[in-house]
Design a protein around this ligand. Structure first.
Ligand code: C8R
Length: 249
């Protein structure tokens, strides 16, 4: 009886050891076929566990990227800056574009906060440094590394949704400007097509000076275009499957 009790309590203890964070990670991961989620989880954890959460460099996630590499989806890749809700509101309904959140790593970690601690093997979800509290923080380094890997496989026609309701739609400090655009290379990427999301109270559009910087910073050989598109048109296209993807805007 004692042995049975020990076994049962060991099993129960073992089960409770899997944190809510790990469960979320694994259940989101398991929606994707062809990946060994336990392996992906182990590769993820090694990036930050037992480390000062302000001392996790971008390269710490290299083994994770290697465990769940991005596949190029030419002509369908969608990038964005300060337009997350509009973009995902659209991509959730229509299968026109692929964002980082449609890939295993992006979807598994979207909206989550995590960090480790020196001398501990735990994953914490509270008390982690904020985005700009320190440069090499756990979460920020992940998004930079994942965005770089996603941009590295960009090919053909690439789309980016920028926000016409802010002062600087193409902001040099954004991940889009600092990490992704520099990785678009002319031998892979043909065009960069910006969709400027225009809301009723917009303060900028495709004529904004920051877009000139974008045009000038892209690799020579990549053609550039920008189109002002109302948010309502994007939503309309999202809700009407009879509108072909290429005629959305
Ligand atoms: N990308 C970056 N950040 C991402 C992200 C993603 O796919 N997904 C999430 N949830 N985040 P922003 P940006 C979180 O300032 O800096 C890729 C991160 O916590 O509006 O230009 C994607 O491919 C981060 O703090 O835009 C996209 O093209 C904010 O959202 C750019 O990088 C960053 O949102 C967007 O990065």
């Amino acid at each position: 009886v004692i042995v049975v009790l020990i076994v049962i309590s060991a099993v129960v203890f073992g089960l409770t050891l899997k944190s809510a964070f790990e469960s979320t990670f694994l259940s989101r991961c398991e929606k994707f076929d062809q990946y060994d989620c336990k392996k992906v989880w182990d590769a993820f954890q090694q990036a930050y566990v037992n480390k000062d959460p302000c001392k996790v460099p971008v390269e710490a996630y290299d083994p994770l990227i290697a465990a769940a590499p991005f596949k190029p989806q030419c002509n369908r890749m969608m990038f964005w800056s300060k337009t997350k809700d509009v973009v995902h509101g659209f991509t959730e309904k229509r299968d026109c574009f692929v964002t980082l959140e449609d890939t295993l790593l992006g979807s598994v970690l979207d909206g989550l906060t995590w960090c480790g601690k020196e001398g501990s093997k735990d994953t914490n979800t509270t008390g982690c440094p904020g985005w700009s509290d320190c440069e090499n923080n756990t979460v920020r380094s992940f998004w930079i590394r994942a965005s770089a890997a996603f941009a590295d496989v960009a090919c053909g026609n690439v789309t980016a949704m920028l926000n016409g309701s802010i002062n600087t739609p193409f902001n040099p400090t954004s991940i889009f400007a600092s990490v992704e655009v520099p990785r678009f290379i002319a031998s892979r990427v043909k065009n960069l097509n910006v969709v400027m999301v225009i809301q009723k109270n917009n303060i900028s559009n495709c004529t904004d000076p920051s877009l000139k910087n974008l045009r000038q910073s892209i690799d020579t050989g990549i053609t550039f275009s920008c189109k002002d598109v109302s948010e309502s048109r994007i939503q309309e296209c999202g809700s009407k499957p009879q509108i072909a993807c290429r005629t959305c805007w």
